[in-house]
Design a protein around this ligand. Structure first.
Ligand code: CA
Ligand code: CA
Length: 467
């Protein structure tokens, strides 16, 4: 049997020389609502993410990477279509799904493009937005998403009664799953199940190159975690983020009308006044750190499985979070805003030929994932993608780069260059921050006829009106 197998192998190698080597595999690790609170980005001194930090040291970490929209639906629609939110009109969680627009009904998302070129496309967990009306029969063939069983509601902490603003240690024997408890106490959590399935996939043999998605749900709210993750963050050792009192006083958009009426703030969810008056700031930080730590554990398990697999030498890993999260900066909690804390994301690329341990500070967008994958897979773009391939930076992180990052939420936009953040709201009001002198974005310079303003306004207009 062994000799026959050997002969068959030789014959295969003769007729299909080096076929497996020609097309690399891709492992996409999508994390939900993780801001720059990872060790390698230095967003908060108390966070602990040894596995994400290790991956960053094995590849390139983009330290100035931004989502194209600061909520799940529009960020992920942009990533997988390769189109800007301002182009598709998918700019929030409430602007529908792009397939509902006849113009994009038959558009090829990245997995479809990979599949058309001979890749198998499989995803576990939240790679697309959970409510995105994916039609598995036509839209994402072979993409398997997690299906969860009967659930029991829980409510541990927050006063609103909305589970999306809840946090806490889950009672012993219970398991977190999309913010609820499964009726089966033996069931694994959502993310535990995603990691297990991804690891199983990497342990199998595959005859064709794969484009594999692994989408973790934490640290999305509710911030429920197991006790072992909470125990890593004693509350007395947690410091609140550096904030400036009255930071919001120089924000014209927020002075124009009552804060609660603004779409930028996801009304009715987290409430800064309640959190500070009730002394809950550190509790929520602790819960966020614990949720990050649980996902970091899973990243470590998946990466260990890849390293031990037969695909370790021929697989690109792209790790990103779909947007950032505020924890009290500018009295804001959560996503759906256009400041650094809300748009900046962990973004790491690792794989064959990519130098290890490089930090790249050029402004980049998640929109670049689609063209970068095609670039490394040697596949033509199926339609005109609006992001640019990161290959020049992956080959030389210091190369010339004249592409600012644009983040859109509703009809508001933020532009990030290497030095500046420029925000323009729908009513025409503006914010301008100099990251060379003001990394916390405390001083809005837009009131002072700043010489950079005309330049940034023109850059924003140029991108928005690009044909
Ligand atoms: Ca998200
Ligand atoms: Ca301020």
């Amino acid at each position: 049997m062994k000799i026959r197998g050997l002969i068959a192998g030789v014959l295969l190698a003769l007729f299909f020389p080096a076929q497996a080597e020609q097309k690399p595999n891709f492992l996409i690790i999508a994390i939900d609502d993780l801001n720059d609170y990872v060790g390698c980005l230095g967003g908060h001194p108390d966070t602990k993410t040894p596995n994400i930090d290790k991956l960053a040291n094995q590849g390139i970490l983009f330290t100035n990477a931004h989502c194209n929209s600061p909520v799940c639906n529009s960020s992920r629609a942009s990533i997988w279509t390769g189109l800007r939110p301002s182009t598709t009109g998918i700019t929030t969680n409430h602007t529908g799904y792009f397939r509902e627009n006849p113009e994009y009904k038959n558009l090829h998302c990245l997995p479809q493009t990979m599949q058309a070129s001979g890749y198998s496309t499989t995803a576990f967990g939240k790679v697309y937005h959970l409510g995105a009306k994916i039609d598995a029969s036509t839209d994402w063939q072979q993409l398997r998403t997690y299906r969860y069983g009967p659930l029991l509601k829980t409510h541990l902490n927050f006063h609103t009664g909305d589970r999306l603003t809840d946090w806490g240690v889950l009672p012993s024997g219970d398991h977190p799953r999309i913010g609820m408890l499964p009726s089966d106490p033996e069931a694994p959590s959502f993310d535990e199940d995603i990691a297990r399935r991804t690891i199983e996939f990497l342990g199998d043999s595959h005859n064709v190159p794969f484009f594999l998605g692994c989408g973790f749900f934490r640290p999305h709210t509710p911030l429920y975690s197991r006790k072992k993750h909470y125990d890593r963050f004693p509350i007395e050792e947690i410091s609140i983020p550096e904030v400036q009192e009255d930071d919001i006083e120089d924000l014209p958009y927020f002075k124009a009308k009552p804060r609660r009426e603004q779409d930028i703030e996801a009304p009715g969810l987290w409430n800064h006044q309640w959190i500070t008056e009730n002394g809950k700031w550190k509790d929520i930080l602790q819960a966020y750190f614990a949720a990050i730590a649980s996902t970091d554990d899973k990243v470590g398990e998946v990466m260990a499985a890849l390293q031990q697999s037969e695909f370790s030498e021929n697989t690109y890993v792209i790790l990103f979070s779909d947007h950032g999260w505020n924890l009290g900066e500018k009295e804001h909690w959560g996503k759906a805003a256009l400041w650094e804390q809300t748009t900046r994301v962990p973004f790491i690329i690792y794989g064959p030929g990519i130098p290890a341990g490089i930090r790249c500070s050029k402004p980049v967008e998640l929109l670049s994932i689609y063209p970068t994958v095609l670039d490394y897979a040697g596949i033509e773009q199926p339609h005109s993608l609006e992001g640019v391939s990161l290959r020049p930076l992956l080959e030389d992180p210091e190369s010339e780069w004249d592409h600012p990052a644009l983040t859109t939420f509703s009809d508001h936009h933020a532009l990030r260059t290497e030095r500046w953040r420029y925000i323009r709201y729908v009513d025409g009001s503006e914010e301008l921050y100099d990251h060379d002198t003001d990394p916390n974005e405390w001083s809005n310079l837009s009131q002072e006829n700043h010489p950079e303003l005309p330049v940034l306004r023109r850059q924003l207009e140029e991108i928005l009106t690009r044909p």
